[in-house]
Ligand binder design. Structure first.
Ligand SMILES: Nc1ncnc2c1ncn2[C@@H]1O[C@H](COP(=O)(O)OP(=O)(O)OP(=O)(O)O)[C@@H](O)[C@H]1O
Length: 242
């Protein structure tokens, strides 16, 4: 489904990604972790062309990311993305936030987009908030709206970039619960997260990045049981202490 082959990227002289290669098969949930600055966000943003890369190739369901002729709005619609900061439009109601890309990118009618949005709001437990504005919702609720908004585009896979790291602790689980449900329903997911409980529960594999390299790409039981590299061991020790 997602194929990342030998991807390298520089910011000026700084090499942020070095020959990263991995695959995410349909239905797999891959958790990407690693120390701050190791290139996790950059890698995941390359997958839906939010960041360009200098070398290598990425394909999503056979469509080449970054190739001439690939329609970025269509690619991004098929690859749902959820960010740390929910990026909802503050001046639009929740319903309109859910409908706008469906109308503008997929060409759906207003009623169809609204119905789809309401069904997804119901799924994330927020139907009662449809007419509110983002500022009237808690961080956890806004993040669940952001997930519903991505799902409204009928994505073939979902990318998550630290979706819970800006949330107060009591709101983290409500977002993780929605992600666990998605994973259990068979959604293909690539998730940058430090939530190792989530990884243990639903990940097929864990990728550990360090200094722009994919240092480990392993079955989750192997990763948690016996990480190969010292850096991954140190990272896990540190993160599991919290
Ligand atoms: N636009 C940019 N210009 C220059 N350097 C950048 C830019 N964006 C990121 N970087 C650098 O690239 C490196 C990787 O950043 P990235 O955000 O991908 O790391 P990360 O592993 O996701 O970190 P974190 O866990 O802190 O979010 C960092 O050293 C960062 O400072």
């Amino acid at each position: 489904m997602i194929e990342i082959n030998n991807v390298s990227k520089w910011y000026g002289d700084f090499r942020v990604l070095t020959e990263c290669t991995t695959r995410v098969a349909a239905g797999e949930v891959v958790v990407v972790c690693g120390p701050s600055g190791s290139g996790k966000s950059t890698l995941i943003k390359c997958v839906n062309a939010l960041e360009p890369f200098n070398e290598g190739s990425i394909t999503v369901d056979g469509t080449s990311v970054g190739a001439r002729g690939t329609s970025l709005p269509k690619l991004r619609a098929r690859v749902g993305m959820v960010f740390q900061h929910f990026e909802l439009f503050p001046h639009m109601s929740i319903t309109d936030n859910l409908a706008i890309a469906q109308i503008k990118v997929l060409g759906r009618g207003r009623d169809e987009a609204r119905q789809k949005g309401l069904a997804l709001l119901d799924r994330v437990g927020l139907k009662a908030h449809a007419d509110k504005f983002p500022g009237q919702l808690s961080g956890g609720q806004q993040q669940r709206v952001a997930i519903a908004r991505a799902l409204a585009m009928d994505p073939i896979c979902m990318l998550f970039d630290e979706p819970t790291s800006a949330l107060d602790p009591e709101m983290i689980n409500e977002v993780l619960d929605v992600m666990v449900e998605l994973a259990q329903e068979g959604m293909t997911m690539m998730c940058v997260t430090h939530e190792m409980g989530f990884a243990r529960k639903v990940a097929s594999r864990v990728i550990f990045m360090d200094h722009g390299h994919i240092v480990e790409d392993d079955d989750k039981d192997a990763f948690f049981g016996n990480p190969r590299s010292e850096r991954a061991r140190q990272f896990l020790d540190k993160i599991l202490q919290h």
